[in-house]
Design a protein. Sequence first.
Length: 264
Amino acid sequence: MKLETKITRRSIRRTVLCVVVLIFHILAVGCKGEKKLARYNEMYQQEPTVIYVAPLNDLSMRRAVRETADSIYNASLNIASRQLYLTATDPLTSHGYYVLGPLASAQLAATESRTGRQLRNDNINDLKTDLGIDAVLFIDLLNWSHTSSSWSVEVEYVLRSTTTGVELLHVHVNATKILPTDFKGRPKPLQDDIEFAEQYGCDLATAQRCRLVETLNKYVLRDIPAGKRARRHEAEPFTKPHPEYYNLRIHRDGSVEQLKDEEL
């Protein structure tokens, strides 16, 4: 009897949610701007709880090693790439989701026989039925670049449902972190940058890249609907989401701004 009541309540909840989504789509015709309920309608219907962050797909170029500076540059990218992967968990966790930790993720990746391409395109329902994983986050690191006082990265995020295989999130971002400069045009690291470099024993260029991807993860992943464990879960559906493709600039004061292509 209790099981039947539980199933009935769940069915009623899903039916109500579908009705809300339908009503929103009707109302949205006369409203300006897309809302989260429309962009993430699959996510609102499925309500994933457990997320697995797949191994980072690093497609960025490295320098051919001809001198010491090339090795230092490549090592900096390797450290920052790892930072991109490791800091993707925190914004999801604080947003109300249970995310497999680095050790559990590494163990899962070690036992996974499918390639990254297959995980992105083939049936992954077994991750749901066998391990209770509701969605898989894929992160593609596409490119690094820099100037004398700025560091940039191009990243693509895809969150895929293990139940239906559909993409719950697909975002492509170009992000740039800018430093103030002195009267000679030389970059002046912020105190937070200096403390990061000292804490992790890296040079300032590596610190800039690491702090850039950490801020990027927070900005991108906290745009998805809050998980059921988050307090703001019921308050977000009618707020405006980020675009699927955009440019991001982290200013000298640490503020973050979305830009149009021509503003870069």
